[in-house]
Every structure is written in C-alpha cells, then in structure tokens.
Write a protein that binds this ligand. Structure first.
Ligand SMILES: Cc1ncc(COP(=O)(O)O)c(C=O)c1O
Length: 409
C-alpha cells in the first residue's frame, strides 16, 4: 500500500520511499536525558487504498503492510492460537475471556511480528544486513528471521543482558556484539554501525516499521474472530512499541471501514517500570528508574512512550500498574490453572486483567469480550524460579517408596 510518515509529536508528514527513522525536527529536541524521546513516526496510508480493503474477501494482515513480505511461510508469523482458559474465566467471573498466545511464534515472542516486516523493508530496498540493539527478545526475533531469510544480523547488546536470551541469537547465527555499557550505549553503537557500514537499523520504535509490524496481531485477531473485535485488550508494556502497534492495527481496521469502533486497549506496566503509566496519569513525560524483575519490560526511558500515551487516550483506555509480586503470581496462575507458560513480562498483562477484574465488571460487564495478549514464552527465563520453586527430591527405586510417597496422611 502507498504510505507516508507522520510525526507523533509535531504531525509533520514525510512522503518518501527512503528508509527514515525519527522526525528530523523533533529528534533535535532529544537532548534532555530525563525526558521521554520525541519524534517517533507513524506510518499512514492513502485513504483510497484503505477503503479498497473494506470489500476484500480473503483478508490477511499482509494487506495492511507497506511492503510485501516474500516467502512468508519461511518464517511463519501467526496465526497464533487463542486459548479460552475456562477455569480462570470462572474464577474471575467472566464469560468471554481469551488469551492470545504469541508465545507460540517462531522465536518465542511477539517481536517476530516486527522482525517480519523489517525483512520486507530490507528486501524492498535490496539491503541484506540489519543491525539492532536489544537485551533479549527483539534480538532473538530478528536473528531468527535473519536465519530464515539468509539476511545478516548484527546485534549490539549490553554485556549484562540475560545470557539465556542472547544464546538464542548466537544459535541463529547472528553477529552478537556485547558492549561494555548500557542498553542506550548499545543503541547508539548500532546506529553508528548502520551509519558507517550501511544496512537497515531495526531498533525498537526508532524504525517506524517496528510498531507497524506489530499491528499484525490486531488484524489477525479480527480475522480469527470472524471479523469481530474484542471489547477490551490487555497488553504488557515497556517501551510502548507493542502497545502502540496493537492500537494502530485496530485503528487501521477502523480507517478501512471494517469496524465501527476500536477496543479499549489497556496498557499494563510494572509499578517498578512505570514511565508510560506515570505520564498518562500526570501528563509529565519523565523517565523513571526501572527495577522490575520482568526484564523485557524493564525500561527507564520508553523509546515509544509519547505515542503510547497518545494511543491510551485515543483508545479511551487506561494504564494499570501491578507489583512484581502480582506479576510472578500471575505467571504461576497461568501455568497451573490454564497450562499457559509465559515469561514474567508477558504475565504482566494477565496481572493487569486480574487487578482490574472488579472494575471491569462495573465498566464493561462480565460478558464483555476480553482478550489478554501473552507476548513471550516462559522458557526464555527459567532463572526467575531460582529460590522460589525447586524440583521434588527423588524417591528410592522401590514399591515401598511409592507407597510411602502417596499414602494418605
Ligand atoms: C515478552 C515481552 N512482552 C512485552 C514487551 C513490551 O513491549 P514494549 O517494550 O514494546 O512495550 C516485551 C518487550 O521486549 C517483551 O519482550
């Protein structure tokens, strides 16, 4: 589809087929490191192209993309399963509750959605290398896609990033470059790399196609539900890029005339990493000191914070904050009572739903159609159970030992 860019902050538009990143004029204002960065670009389509989609029969999310994605069966991004956890639905008193399992994507996280479109962007421009900074899932997702398409991936990571997530990228064959510095330092070096050696830069939110790729979940969900949208969607939020992508997908469906409203998309954050929730509540776009155990959403300076706050308001939703204890309890509840194993950052969305459950009954009713997005598999971070959950002691190899173990006390 034909597209152009619009700045989230100053609304300036840019019509170009070149790869561009931030709004050049707003990005100049990003000198105050205590405030959220400005200048993220939104991808906008021609009204005429969008309207054509309203009468299309075999709709797919690729119809809503700015670039073709070649050979997409090589890196199959969705449709991901929708679980209906009836035991949990009964516990919280809802009749129409679902969880969308993006933990089932090829690299185990939602980030595959952005990486898929970045491959399309690279191939459109005839570019065969992509660089990024990441502490985990985005790097693994891009490396996985790179392996599937034969595209070179250069991944800058702070040396302190969780080893188990980085190992995945090493296994996929990415050129992993640990940096003696922070994520922000790795971010700057990845830009220095693409400036000097070329290639696409896929940094989250910096490249507008990361938000745009993530919108595929909303369109996929709409199609899976027989062209219906839920009433309320819960999304775990760190940088605000997934959150913005989810809202953008629903907005595109609305713009195409395929829906008559957009759902309330609830932004869920840890109260130990709450820059976006705080900005939404107070109107102050300041960074925070982030200390949550849910490492994928541990963000001091959200790269897409301003757009996320704007979209919370435009979807007439709200931000819900939860504690780390609630996140870890939510992770165990999903595993034990629904058979869904996700990493803490993903469980944050479930914790937000649990926290809001009474309020939801008053605002949208217990028969509202609610979807909780679960963004990453639990196998990514087994260290979170250290000291909390241990394997049972072995028994002797004898029938007596079995009897002893299971006899009624
Ligand atoms: C599993 C998981 N869930 C949620 C998020 C939050 O996404 P965002 O940083 O775009 O808000 C991330 C980001 O890395 C993630 O990996």
């Amino acid at each position: 589809m034909r597209f152009h860019y619009e700045c989230t902050d100053c609304s300036q538009t840019y019509h170009t087929d070149e790869v561009i990143y931030l709004c050049p004029s707003c990005a100049k204002e990003n000198t105050d490191s205590s405030h959220m960065k400005k200048g993220n670009l939104i991808v906008r389509y021609e009204e005429e192209d969008m309207r054509k989609l309203s009468s299309k029969e075999d709709l797919s999310y690729f119809d809503f993309f700015p670039y073709e994605v070649p050979n997409h069966a090589a890196f199959p991004v969705g449709p991901t399963p929708i679980a209906e956890p009836f035991r949990l639905a009964a516990r919280y008193g809802f009749s129409n509750l679902a969880c969308k399992l993006d933990s089932a994507l090829p690299s185990g996280s939602f980030k595959d959605r952005a990486s898929q479109l970045i491959i399309g962007q690279a191939q459109h421009h005839g570019i065969d290398s992509i660089a990024l900074a990441s502490t985990g899932n985005a790097g693994a997702a891009m490396s996985c896609a790179g392996a599937a398409y034969g595209v070179k991936i250069v991944l800058f990571v702070p040396e302190t990033a969780p080893a188990n997530k980085l190992m995945q990228s090493v296994l996929y064959g990415a050129d992993v470059v640990p940096v003696k510095g922070s994520y922000d330092d790795a971010f700057s070096l990845s830009i220095a790399y693409t400036d000097e050696f070329g290639g696409i830069n896929r940094n989250t939110a910096y490249n507008p196609m990361t938000v745009e790729g993530k919108k595929s979940i909303s369109i996929e969900l709409f199609i899976q539900k027989g062209r219906k949208i839920p009433d309320v969607v819960y999304v775990s939020t760190g940088d605000g890029c997934i959150y913005a992508g989810v809202v953008k997908g629903f907005m595109d469906l609305y713009q195409a005339g395929l829906t008559d409203r957009i759902p309330r998309v609830v932004c869920v954050q840890s109260d130990q990493s709450n820059a976006i929730a705080h900005a939404w509540e107070t109107g102050e776009f300041t960074n925070v000191e982030a200390t949550t155990r849910a490492d994928s959403i541990n963000v001091s300076s959200p790269a897409n914070g301003r757009m996320a706050v704007r979209y919370i308001n435009e979807s007439e939703a709200w931000a819900t904050q939860v504690t780390d204890e609630e996140i870890l309890a939510a992770q165990l509840e999903l595993a034990k009572d629904a058979g869904i194993f996700v990493e803490p950052a993903a469980a944050c969305a479930w914790a937000g739903f649990v926290r809001d459950s009474e309020k939801l009954k008053e605002t949208v009713g217990s028969d509202a159609d609610i979807c909780v997005l679960l963004t990453g598999t639990g196998f990514k971070d087994m260290a979170v159970f250290d000291g909390r959950i241990s394997l049972p002691e072995p028994i002797e190899n004898s029938k007596d030992a079995v009897r002893e173990r299971f006899q009624k006390k």
